[in-house]
Design a protein around this ligand. Structure first.
Ligand code: CTP
Ligand code: MG
Length: 230
């Protein structure tokens, strides 16, 4: 099965306060290097399309020259929104791709087992995403007042990778281009089209580097992982 991973790294890191967020060091290497390592080691992934910004094209090319990720076959420019960046990456996927994965470069703690499990679930059902069950009590509020408490037992936080068979992904990209659906992830498009999307249980360690303090948490998790394997 030919599976192409589109890794989107073209954001501007506004909440992080640094446009080169994906190159920020985590222990001994940049965020993006950890992410690429996980996909390089995932046996289900055939190759990687890396989506970069104009502002990071040069430093990312330097990083790729320095280390050898054999699966990175294409580097394409992203767009102003995550959705546009995803679309550019999907368009660049090889013609014979059967499965497409979309992953945030800013989620460096994903591991190869999680990637392989999500691909395997998507191969069966057509679409699958990593997600973590909500652990906090969730309130719906209007103007600072609680309206209701939502039953959290059915609530999941969507993460990436989000994985779809290529036929479905092509339909999803066409829908996104039509501009009719507001989406913050790929699964929303599949849901809108009425396709089933399987949840592959993850946990909060597959965090997204969004704010500066996320680096501290990510480094603590990586240190604990190192200790567990040494
Ligand atoms: N992304 C992208 N192209 C964009 C916007 C986001 O490729 N136009 C990527 C980011 O590089 C990141 C992932 O999508 O790997 C998730 O986005 P997010 O965490 O929101 O990163 P940024 O958009 O960079 O951060 P912010 O929203 O704070 O500016
Ligand atoms: Mg963003």
């Amino acid at each position: 099965m030919i599976a192409v991973a589109v890794i989107v790294a073209a954001g501007k890191g506004e909440r992080f306060g640094d446009a080169s967020k994906v190159l920020t060091p985590l222990l001994d290497r940049p965020v993006l290097a950890w992410t690429l390592d996980a996909f390089e080691h995932a046996t289900s992934v055939t190759e990687i399309v890396l989506v970069v910004g104009e502002h990071t094209m040069v430093p990312i090319s330097e990083l790729l020259a320095l280390r050898s990720w054999t699966k990175v076959r294409q580097i394409v420019l992203g767009g102003d929104t995550r959705q546009q960046s995803t679309a550019n990456g999907v368009r660049a996927a090889r013609e014979d791709a059967e499965i497409v994965l979309v992953h945030d470069a800013a989620r460096p703690l994903v591991n190869s087992d999680q990637i392989d499990a999500t691909v395997s679930a998507a191969a069966k059902s057509g679409g699958a995403i990593l997600a973590a069950q909500v652990t906090d009590t969730i309130k719906r509020c209007i103007q600072g007042q609680i309206v209701e408490t939502i039953d959290r037992s059915t609530l999941w936080q969507a993460q990436t990778p989000q994985v779809f068979n290529v036929k479905l992904m092509t339909e999803m990209m066409a829908l996104a281009q039509s501009g009719d659906v507001l989406m913050t992830d790929e699964a929303s498009l599949a849901e809108h089209l009425g396709y089933p999307v399987t949840i592959v249980p993850s946990n909060s360690t597959n965090l997204k580097i969004t704010h500066p303090h996320d680096v501290l948490v990510a480094e603590a998790i990586l240190r604990a992982r190192k200790e567990a394997t040494s």
